[in-house]
Write a protein that binds this ligand. Structure first.
Ligand SMILES: C[S@@+](CC[C@H](N)C(=O)[O-])C[C@H]1O[C@@H](n2cnc3c(N)ncnc32)[C@H](O)[C@@H]1O
Length: 189
């Protein structure tokens, strides 16, 4: 793995804490520059918001930005979500989980690197509360098709009637303006 990314078994948490004792939290995987994370934290001041990002430089920048915005309800984790989520959270603990524009790995031979495959989605689904939401967006049509077929395999998830609205665009989304966006909002039943 690149030097600048966290290893699957190596986490750094800021500020340091044990998430297992939280009754409930919201999670974002891959916040990048943090646009959506800051929006989420501001809109939900009484919720604990956790973001897992595996690029060290991005994680360090996020710590700075969270500090500047004085967002007291945000926790940041430097880790690969694949290894970190099973370790850090309890079953049924997450109220809402957001994954906006996961790396698409468009080359066929890189497809195995895609994060959102059935096994991973099943694992995160176990961490969701009953009635909890999983919100995924991508602009990559083949990845969207793969995500949709994985979601359909998970019997404890069903498409949600909730249509999440937000007033900000993430950096990645801004770059993709004009492209078709595939949005999946699923609910744990
Ligand atoms: C394409 S960017 C999108 C960033 C942001 N969500 C946006 O919409 O602008 C994907 C982000 O996910 C992070 N990421 C990718 N795989 C990850 C993993 N396995 N664990 C944690 N973060 C990951 C990348 O470092 C990057 O910041």
């Amino acid at each position: 793995m690149d030097e600048d990314k966290a290893f699957e078994s190596d986490f750094q948490i800021f500020p340091n804490q044990d998430f297992q004792i939280s009754p409930s939290l919201m999670l974002e995987i891959g916040p990048g520059r943090g646009d959506f994370l800051f929006y989420l934290a501001t809109e939900n001041p009484t919720e604990q918001i956790v973001a897992v990002e595996y690029k060290r430089k991005r994680f360090e920048k996020l710590i700075e930005r969270v500090g500047k915005r004085e967002l007291k309800n945000v926790s940041l984790v430097l880790a690969n979500a694949r290894g970190a989520i099973p370790e850090l959270f309890r079953e049924g603990q997450i109220g809402k989980l957001f994954i906006l524009y996961p790396d698409p790995w468009p080359k066929r031979r890189h497809g195995k690197n895609r994060l959102l495959q059935t096994e991973f989605l099943k694992m995160v689904c176990e961490k969701l509360q009953k009635g909890g939401l999983l919100h995924i967006e991508t602009d990559d049509a083949p990845y969207a098709a793969e995500i949709e077929s994985s979601l359909k395999e998970i019997t404890s998830l069903r498409p949600s009637q909730v249509t999440a609205t937000r007033t900000i665009r993430t950096l990645y989304e801004e770059k993709m303006r004009g492209k078709r966006i595939f949005t999946f909002v699923y609910e744990k039943c």
